[in-house]
Design a protein around this ligand. Sequence first.
Ligand SMILES: [Mg+2]
Length: 192
Amino acid sequence: MVIKICIACGVIVVIIKNKNKMKIIFLDIDGVLNHQLWFKSQKDKRVDTDLKYNRSMIDETRVELLNDLIKCTGAKVVISSSWRKNYTVKELQTILEDKGFKGEIIGLTPVLRFTGLKDYIYSVPRGNEIKAWLETNKGILNNKMSKVPYVILDDDSDMLLWQRENFFWVDPYCGLTPNIIYKAKRFLGVQK
Ligand SMILES: [Mg+2]
């Protein structure tokens, strides 16, 4: 809380600042919660790893790391993975919970397409889709887009230049690591 007094008129102004800003994790799934090492380890278990968006294709050990980030920061999850094209928020919540997820998914980034030339549709960088979600959810975030504390966990890198500090690139060979979680925690203001 900040109290300001106007010397000229003696008016006391009390400004209440909400320090509990909602923190957001924009989460990719392929290459983050599953990865090449995991796929290799599953080959003997007869999991059909060729099937895209197969709900069993999630490494529980990487979900545990994600849980640690959520527990320490209180961040909510927005799915930016292409899995959002096949599942609803509720379905994704269940899929991840089946793998031990303890957080809350509050949304999906929009799927944007840009038609610039006649009969040609461009895909839009993921960073723009994240920007669009932040812009359209200012209300629930109770914050300007530029002030929202958020991190992006993704093995692709088509983010916007001004998102570079929020973006934590994940190596799809091994997925999420404790090192990335440590850095993301610090970025979201947790010093442990
Ligand atoms: Mg990916």
